[in-house]
Ligand binder design. Sequence first.
Ligand SMILES: C[S@@+](CC[C@H](N)C(=O)[O-])C[C@H]1O[C@@H](n2cnc3c(N)ncnc32)[C@H](O)[C@@H]1O
Length: 197
Amino acid sequence: MVDQIQKIHDKAREEDVPIMKDDGIAFLLDYIQSHESIRDILECGTAVGYSAIRMASLRWDMTVDTLEIDPEMFAQAEKNIREAGLEERVHCYLCDAAEFSTKKQYDLIFVDAAKSQYRRYLEHFLNNAYPHTIFIFDNLAFHGIVDDESLSNNRSTIQMVHKIRKFREALLKDERFETVYYPDIGDGVAVAKRKRN
Ligand SMILES: C[S@@+](CC[C@H](N)C(=O)[O-])C[C@H]1O[C@@H](n2cnc3c(N)ncnc32)[C@H](O)[C@@H]1O
């Protein structure tokens, strides 16, 4: 299993599949391990299933529902999940995350899909959150460009980082959550805990 996970990781890096940075995934796994109440996880943005497989491998009682819009990524993720023997507990859905609808409630909602849609995902998946549910967002620094736009001269990247910055600022002020932002972890990770009413 360890070998298989390493192979998925190395292949993704070679092929420039944007899996989470190594320190980001280590942080996410540590967080889950230190919160035993986390059992059911929703992930927006599967890619090849690397982070979903890592999360589901932590404990036998965990489930991961993971959403991917790209059919090729989805097919690779399905294969990797099957080969890891996790198909009973990791369910991958081919869909736009913002359109995914379920009555299931999740303990952790990990958001790593379309960066410009983070606000939409947050509001949409509040319907699937318990009072104790944690939201974790990656890429809130977007390679440092959110805080230093001179790092890019691509117009669409700049438009996207404006959206990410607006979302990040709004999340940090959002009274419904207690949010901690870790700029130096992964690609800028935020952990938002719902406040109990
Ligand atoms: C950063 S990658 C996910 C990496 C993965 N979480 C990991 O660390 O192994 C983001 C993925 O989200 C997918 N994606 C982008 N927009 C999406 C959407 N609207 N709904 C679902 N998936 C989306 C992309 O195709 C891409 O595979």
